[in-house]
Design a protein around this ligand. Structure first.
Ligand SMILES: [Zn+2]
Length: 204
C-alpha cells in the first residue's frame, strides 16, 4: 500500500490498484453510529464503515489519545466504493447544483475516500455530534483546533485546510483527515504544506 499516494481532481486512483491493493486492505471500523445506516443522506446505504488496515489502527490510537484528553472523536465516513462516490456526487449535484458539487465532492476515482486512507471524523461536544463542523461564522472550536495540532503524531494530515482552497480545489474541511505516515505527516504539518505542494516541490 502506498500511503503517500496523491488522489485529487487531476490524479485519478488507478482502477487496477483499487481492485488489487485497496479493496483487500479494508477492515471494518467501529463508528459512533454503531455501524447502523451510514451515509443514508447521500443516497448511500452502507451499514459498515471500512478503512485500510493500518489507517484503521492509527485512527484507533488517535481516538484513544483524544479520549485521554477529553476530546470525543468519532468517524462519520471512511472508504467509499467508486459506485458510492458516484452517488454521493450526484446527491450534491441534485441537492446543491453543479457548481457547489464541484467544490465539495469528487467524481468516482478522484476522491481520497476511494483509497481507504481518508475519513471524515466528528467530535462529540455539548452533548451532541457535529462538534467538528464550522460555526455560523465559519470558525472551528477549541477541540477541533486541538485535534488538528495532534494529527501528525499519528500519521494523519488535515487534507483540505483553510487558506489552501486554491491548491486543493476543495473548500476547507475540518473533518477530512488522511493517513500518510508519521514522517511525511510531521513534515507537512511543520511546513504548513499540502500534499499537492509537496509533490509540486519534489518535481521541481
Ligand atoms: Zn471526506
Amino acid at each position: 500500500m502506498d500511503y503517500t499516494i496523491l488522489v485529487n481532481r487531476e490524479n485519478k486512483l488507478d482502477e487496477d490498484y483499487y481492485e488489487e491493493f485497496v479493496k483487500p486492505s479494508l477492515v471494518v471500523v467501529e463508528t459512533y453510529k454503531n455501524n447502523e445506516v451510514v451515509y443514508q443522506t447521500f443516497g448511500i446505504e452502507e451499514k459498515k464503515t471500512y478503512l485500510e488496515k493500518k489507517t484503521a489502527e492509527k485512527f484507533e490510537e488517535l481516538r484513544n489519545f483524544c479520549l485521554e484528553n477529553n476530546v470525543y472523536l468519532g468517524i462519520s465516513s471512511g472508504f467509499l466504493t467508486f459506485e458510492q462516490q458516484g452517488r454521493k456526487y450526484e446527491y450534491f449535484v441534485n441537492r446543491h447544483g453543479k457548481e457547489f458539487a464541484e467544490k465539495s465532492a469528487c467524481l468516482p476515482g478522484y476522491s481520497e475516500h476511494n483509497t481507504g486512507l481518508a475519513l471524515d471524523c466528528d467530535i462529540f461536544r455539548n452533548s451532541k455530534w457535529g462538534g467538528i463542523a464550522l460555526d455560523s461564522e465559519g470558525n472551528i472550536n477549541s477541540d477541533t483546533a486541538w485535534l488538528h495540532g495532534v494529527l501528525d503524531r499519528f500519521g494523519f494530515i488535515l487534507r483540505y485546510p483553510s487558506g489552501k482552497e486554491h491548491i486543493t480545489k476543495l473548500k476547507f474541511e475540518p473533518w477530512h483527515i488522511r493517513y500518510i505516515g508519521e514522517e511525511l505527516a510531521g513534515f507537512l504539518y511543520k511546513n504548513n504544506m499540502t500534499l499537492e505542494e509537496y509533490y509540486e516541490n519534489l518535481n521541481k
